[in-house]
Design a protein around this ligand. Sequence first.
Ligand code: LRH
Ligand code: MN
Length: 432
Amino acid sequence: MAELLIDPGIIEAHNRQEAGGLAQDYEALSRSLARRGIDCEALLHKVSALEIAVPSWGVGTGGTRFARFPGPGEPADIFDKLEDCAVIQQLGRATPRVSLHFPWDEVADMATVSARGQELGLGFDAVNSNTFQDQPGQALSYKFGSLSHADAEVRAQAIAHNIDCIRKGAVLGARALTIWLADGSNFAGQSHLARAFERYVESVSAIEAALPDESWRLLLEYKNFEPAFYATVVQDWGSCLLAAQAVGHRARCLVDLGHHAPSTNIELIVARLISAGKLGGFHLNDSRFGDDDLDAGSVDPFRLFLVFNELVDAEQRQAWDEAPALMLDQSHNLTDPIESLMLSADAARRAHAQALLVDRAQLAELQARNDAAMAAETLRRAFRTDVTPLLAEARRRAGGAIEPVGAYRLSGYRKRVAARRPLSTGSGGGIV
Ligand code: LRH
Ligand code: MN
């Protein structure tokens, strides 16, 4: 039995208060879905199975290059972070795994992290390497790149770090390594665009060769800009796909929703990567301008729905050999990170539930007849469906809170941890 950090009595009291209204709303939703030939219980079952990993770096207050305004009870180390992630899981019941970042979450004996995760009922998802910052005592700098650096010794150092991350991940029971590179240039001519990419592919191939077994995956994350502002070595899905194809079967592409130019049709990229058999995973968040790392579904929930629409369609067409890994990757500058992560996991499940409501037989017919208006309306009808009662009922049945943020605030958890965790000071620069 997992250690519960929120007194179950508080969740029960909260649910008792909410249960009556929920039962009515759930019943009404079931009736209206039944009129559309949809079994609400079957839908709830599917939605309850959708799991999203939370980023360990997301439970601390994020910042921008201008400033960071830490909140009370900031997690001081990976053990505090795991406790905050356990609270998100206890209340929301949608995030049973944590994605760690090295060296931010490194400790001498990673088995102690694995053991604490187990005590808290948490598993570990993809681990993340970091060759976008120089660490104290590091021999060679990543100022001019890492896995694509012109200097073979710097590349070797970066490769060794990634292999070390795999080793740590294996202790945790992870099955994937996510590689995001800041490598790029700020001036035309600064680096050779083709050779930099070739060096990157060569380095990733060396990392791929070190994967423990066939079940492991390398998730290659692309990004259109920042910190490089002229060219980024893995700048877009095309570069990422070329690399994943060159490296081999275990290399897949990771789509961070914030790593695209504002008007990009991301669901189309998702459809292409599925067709190529290379969609490995997602970093879910939302954005309006750049890599804003805002809460998933908080800016454009229709766009999140359209991404899940491609995933549900692919699943029903059995278009992939394995489902993509779902993770949140956000920076919480103004909100309590626990609240934002619970609301974001809910937003992901909401988009998934709405995508499961699309009448795909009808849609295929309308698409075949080029009935653009009603084809578009078929999607929008699913998106307009308020599945709030279904998401709440899924949480209630799984032992979570009907309304997680309300129960969280009732629990006084933040006040409690603020009393025993060291006060964190604000600073300029840096998202974490
Ligand atoms: C890069 C990124 C990457 C992480 C980092 C915290 O922008 O999305 O996934 O390593 O954020
Ligand atoms: Mn990311």
